[in-house]
Design a protein around this ligand. Structure first.
Ligand SMILES: Cc1ncc(COP(=O)(O)O)c(C=O)c1O
Length: 410
């Protein structure tokens, strides 16, 4: 079983919010990069947790033990999703940004003034801000340049990663332009100088299967609400590494990995939903193990999303007055996220007009603020972004194209 038109149609029935209408128009939800819709299975898992065992962890009674089990099961499911050796490498937090800030506080304790961190101009601020803030502590932060075509300048990457580099923090896929970065090259260069590699996989995780072991990442972060789950941040840390880091933690918090970066009480019900989201994705794949089903499902979903996004790209960029930013779709390793500008129509005006017709797309910089500045688009209000998820159809894109044509004719 692949994931084609009929699977897409079938999966749509699982997402109650897709059945809504806006001004009598069916709702086309094309803002997955800001958070996907959630299937009934996830909603039910969250509700089930509250209905049956809402309790704190590590207690001596039944519902507390069940809560421990729910969280443990979620760590195992995430480990399968990431290709991690075990649940011990999986920490949870409020969201990716909060986990990355916590991590930055731990990593700076292993650095000295004058040490360097390399980030990119393409990344979401969540993978720039926590590192830029360390300038106050005497850390040099160097930025790999973004080129006009939406790709990173790899010559610049080679120049900026040096013997002084302690950490390379790079996004896997851009939430603004859909570019997939050469993370294996970043690994090779960071390994040569003994630096850690941190990967922001928030935008990559909904579209391609991840394999932290092959990537050889030291840290990888993602966020379940981008892949059909609730708002929960996820941090993978290389086996044995988190235990050595001096994280900000209460003395009452478990000292071991993966717990030592988790502050306070987690969102147990949402974490129950994370397992359900992973099971949901896996249900579209085949294989003996959860991992095998996830990899197979993600292959099918990636092919479907790529076909739809590529159809949009090929058609929208031909429209007079439309500029499509970023890379084309000749490579399958391109996230299904397309950003455009329309001459004479601001992105916010365009998003509002399309929104009135039930076509939900977002405008602005999506917190990839530096990239939008570098491309010279900040003054004009950024770009209009279309994000494709597993439940989006060719018909929705045809409606979107019609809407864009109407805007170009105003
Ligand atoms: C690429 C990327 N990185 C990081 C983040 C931040 O994730 P969170 O909202 O979980 O903090 C986002 C959110 O949009 C994102 O798209």
């Amino acid at each position: 079983m692949g994931f084609g038109r009929s699977e897409c149609e079938r999966c749509r029935r699982d997402f109650p919010a897709l059945g809504r209408e806006v001004n009598g128009h069916p709702l086309a939800y094309l803002d997955g990069p800001a958070g996907t819709q959630v299937p009934q299975q996830v909603i039910e898992a969250v509700a089930h947790y509250y209905r049956t065992c809402n309790a704190n962890t590590h207690g001596a009674f039944m519902t507390s033990r069940e809560s421990d089990e729910v969280i443990h099961r979620a760590r195992e499911a995430v480990a399968a999703f990431l290709g991690a050796p075990s649940w011990r490498e999986v920490s949870f937090g409020a969201n990716m940004t909060t986990l990355n800030f916590s991590l930055s506080q731990a990593l700076v304790r292993e650095m000295r003034p004058g040490d360097e961190i390399v980030i990119t101009e393409l990344d979401h601020e969540a993978n720039r801000g926590p590192w830029l803030a360390l300038r106050e502590r005497g850390i040099e932060v160097r930025e790999i340049a973004l080129r006009h075509d939406g790709t990173l300048d790899y010559g610049d990457m080679r120049r900026k990663i040096t013997d002084r580099t302690k950490l390379v923090a790079i996004g896997y896929a851009s939430n603004a332009l859909g570019t997939v970065n050469d993370v294996p090259l970043a690994r090779k260069l960071s390994r040569e100088v003994g630096a850690w590699l941190l990967v922001d996989a928030v935008h990559y995780a909904p579209h391609f299967s991840l394999d932290v072991t092959t990537l050889d990442a030291d840290f990888l972060l993602c966020s379940a609400y981008k892949f059909y789950g609730p708002h929960v941040g996820i941090l993978y840390t290389r086996p044995g590494l988190l235990a050595k880091l001096r994280t900000d933690k209460l003395r009452t918090q478990d000292d071991e990995a993966p717990f030592r970066i988790e502050t306070g009480t987690l969102n147990h019900a949402a974490i129950a939903g994370v397992s359900a989201a992973i099971d949901y994705v896996a249900s579209w794949g085949q294989g003996e193990t959860l991992r095998a089903r996830l990899v197979s499902a993600m292959e099918g979903i990636a092919r479907h999303e790529h076909a739809i996004a590529s159809f949009f790209w090929e058609n929208v960029r031909r429209l007079p007055g439309v500029m499509a930013w970023g890379q084309g779709f000749s490579s399958p390793h391109r996230a299904p996220t397309v950003s455009i500008t329309i001459a004479g129509v601001s992105p916010s005006e365009a998003a509002r007009a399309l929104g009135e017709k039930g076509i939900l797309v977002w405008d602005g910089d999506f917190y990839a603020a530096r990239a939008i500045e570098v491309l010279g688009l900040a003054q004009g209000g950024g770009v209009l972004r279309t994000g494709i998820s597993m439940y989006n159809t060719q018909e929705e894109i045809e409606l979107l194209l019609k809407g864009v044509v109407a805007l170009t004719e105003r």
